[in-house]
Design a protein around this ligand. Structure first.
Ligand code: SAM
Length: 280
């Protein structure tokens, strides 16, 4: 069975050379050129036919091309102006399917940019990846405007997102990613797949929203986890001391205040937040 015909574009290595896109370390530029690998990443969110996709940091456009091949309508924001001519060639090859803006993804609202519900897919720059993820996870609206997040991180960050209680990787990021979403590592990617290869291994995390627990405010989860994991070696009695209602909430939930932050499950944090919010 043959799929739809796709426009023929020059190989990415040639694009890099022609546009002089020497990788910038400051911008977290580690490019992917392997089309099969890129198609596998673009397949993680599921069927993207006619779906809106927001991509951060398209660079020379390898992942962008894979998303377009998968049938998506892509809106991308790229900080490096040097990449824009290469991306304009991709936009020309896929008429009316790709919009690229020049800017900082930290300042861009994905819903406003894409014009509606969307998937977010990105090989994220390591320096802003976690901050972007936390922003999406802390969306005031739930279910959020994003239907899924498919994001490449350094493997160590990916482990922290999916971590289970009692492990050294478990912390604030795990609770934020898991209290109203499902997070899994969808693919591990060897450092040699990138140009230039980073020092560490990478992994793609796939996150989908689930029902939000009732009676819990996102700000309370944010404050609770910041306090608890801000002093993760201390007993909760100490680390949550300054948080109004936390001591009573631990008592009400039967959580021993001598425990440490990493021993509580995500459900424990939700239960504590619910009791704290009920008193306001
Ligand atoms: N998507 C390309 C790929 O997979 O080959 C490039 C990925 S590279 C890891 C990260 C990209 O994000 C680079 O193109 C970089 O210029 C861009 N970038 C870095 N900081 C950014 C920011 N704050 N906003 C938007 N793009 C950014």
């Amino acid at each position: 069975m043959s799929g739809p015909a796709h426009p023929v574009l020059p190989p990415l290595r040639e694009v890099i050379a022609r546009h002089n896109l020497s990788a910038s370390k400051a911008l977290g530029q580690n490019f992917l050129f392997d089309e099969q690998l890129l198609d596998r990443i673009a397949a993680i969110p599921g069927d993207l036919t006619e779906a809106r996709v927001f991509e951060v940091g398209p660079g020379p456009g390898g992942l962008t091309r894979a998303l377009l091949r998968a049938g998506a309508k892509v809106t991308a924001v790229e900080r490096d102006a040097r990449c824009l001519p290469a991306l304009a060639e991709v936009a020309d090859a896929f008429p009316d399917r790709l919009t690229v803006s020049h800017g900082d993804a930290m300042q861009v609202d994905a819903t406003a940019a894409t014009g509606g519900p969307h998937h977010i897919v990105a090989n994220l720059p390591y320096n802003v990846g976690t901050a972007l993820l936390v922003g999406w996870l802390e969306s005031a609206a739930w279910p959020p405007a994003w239907a899924s997040l498919t994001l490449m991180f350094q493997a160590e960050v990916a482990e922290r997102i999916v971590a289970a209680p009692g492990t050294s990787a478990y912390g604030r990021l795990a609770v934020l990613a898991q209290w109203r979403s499902k997070a899994r590592i969808a693919m591990r990617v060897h450092r040699s797949a990138f140009t230039p290869p980073p020092k560490v291994m990478s992994a793609v995390v796939h996150i989908v929203p689930k029902d939000m627990p009732s009676g819990v405010r996102p700000q309370t989860i944010a404050r609770l986890t910041a306090a608890a994991f801000g002093q993760r070696r201390k007993m909760l009695r100490q680390s949550l001391k300054a948080l109004p209602g936390a001591a009573e909430a631990m008592a009400a939930c039967g959580i021993d205040s001598e425990r440490r932050a990493e021993t509580l499950t995500v459900a424990d944090y939700v239960a504590l937040a619910r009791v704290i919010d009920a008193r306001d």
